[in-house]
Design a protein. Structure first.
Length: 75
């Protein structure tokens, strides 16, 4: 799931992943513990990517280099 979420940005794909994960992470499911760990890991990954994107955006606005290595100049 993590590799799908990391590679795809299409809303339909991400929605399908979230619904699949929701079904797998039910308390009555025998693999609930493994799914719960995978869900937590996936959430951490998405939050970290979001924070990086916000940092890059702020750097773009301020006119300094960002994590992608590009340097943006303030006009």
């Amino acid at each position: 799931m993590a590799s799908i979420v990391e590679k795809h940005h299409d809303t339909d794909v991400l929605e399908t992943c979230s619904k699949t994960l929701e079904l797998l992470c039910t308390d009555s499911n025998a693999i609930f513990t493994r799914c719960d760990v995978a869900r937590s890991t996936l959430i951490d990954m998405v939050v970290n990517k979001y924070k990086e994107a916000v940092d890059d955006w702020r750097s773009l606005i301020e006119g300094v280099s960002c994590s992608s290595g590009l340097i943006y100049l303030e006009l």
